[in-house]
Design a protein around this ligand. Structure first.
Ligand code: G
Ligand code: G
Ligand code: NA
Ligand code: MN
Length: 253
């Protein structure tokens, strides 16, 4: 049978899990939030790369159910931590454009937040900017609705594709994530200059700036020097299982 059918069954039987990768605040090197990343360990097929199954989910209309399950896992995990008297950190979920623009997205989110008695300020919605596809007015309506609920919004993979600095002021995202492709060459002066400009403009627009894919101390030090706010990447931690993520938070200080 086709992989898309396997995926459909996997979603139905709640086989998709979430791993959490921490984002560290630069100023105190403590966990600021985490990003939930979908993982599929199929009993019959083994580990399937998210790059592969996310693309299938997007092309077959399964992405909404998949992402709603991730959100539900995140909220249930946070609720359990709350009951246990443990520290709650905001968790970011990745939302595909089709899901982001779907009329049921906001109602479903509200329902889940209510169901899990969740404080919306602990949920971050990350959208990848395929800016070429973006309709600013339509996107801003949703961003504003999310922010009215109290949910934090984040623009992912900034700097690649069609994005440009002039797009930034048209949106009202709370956070901006600088794409890993910049971080990889952050030791080059030209890249530093560009990234510094992105950070400075983002700050004038009151956005929190996060660098993704940071793997070395050198990269972190440069990003710190140009006033990046948060760091995500293997330098601090790879994506962790929920149990590992809990332990990491509990062990902090
Ligand atoms: O975790 P990893 O780097 O392997 O993820 C590969 C890609 O899959 C990344 O681009 C990541 O953003 C994406 N991804 C992981 N989980 C989700 C999800 O729940 N929804 C969407 N749309 N993308 C996801
Ligand atoms: O598209 P998005 O930015 O959501 O994708 C994040 C992806 O980057 C995840 O698949 C995650 O596993 C991966 N990732 C996270 N940190 C690092 C890193 O330091 N180096 C590399 N190469 N990949 C990373
Ligand atoms: Na992301
Ligand atoms: Mn990204």
């Amino acid at each position: 049978i086709q992989l898309s059918n396997h995926l459909k069954n996997a979603i139905r039987s709640k086989e998709i899990t979430a791993y959490f990768q921490p984002k560290y605040a630069v100023y105190n090197e403590k966990i600021a939030s985490m990003e939930a990343l979908a993982r599929w360990f199929s009993p019959s097929l083994g580990f399937i790369s998210p790059v592969e199954f996310i693309a299938i989910a997007e092309n077959t209309g399964l992405i909404r159910d998949l992402e709603l399950q991730i959100i539900e896992k995140v909220l249930a995990w946070q609720q359990q931590r709350q009951y246990d008297g443990k520290r709650i950190v905001p968790i970011a979920v990745n939302i595909s454009p089709d899901h982001f623009y779907h009329p049921q997205f906001i109602p479903n989110l509200k329902h889940l937040l209510n169901h899990y008695y969740a404080d919306p300020k602990y949920l971050i919605v990350e959208v990848t900017e395929n800016m070429g596809l973006f309709d600013f007015e339509r996107a801003n309506k949703i961003i504003n609705k999310l922010q009215t609920i109290g949910i934090v919004t984040s623009i992912d993979d900034f700097g690649i594709g069609y994005s440009s600095l002039s797009y930034l002021q048209k949106f009202s995202f709370n956070e901006l994530k600088i794409d890993r492709s910049f971080v990889m060459k952050i030791e080059e002066l030209a890249t530093q200059t560009i990234v510094k400009a992105i950070i400075d403009i983002a700050h004038t627009l009151d956005m929190v700036v996060i660098a993704e894919g940071v793997e070395t101390k050198e990269q972190r030090d440069i990003l710190k020097a140009i006033h990046c706010d948060e760091i995500q990447g293997y330098y601090y931690s790879k994506p962790l299982s929920m149990e590992e993520a809990s332990k990491l938070i509990d062990d902090e200080r």
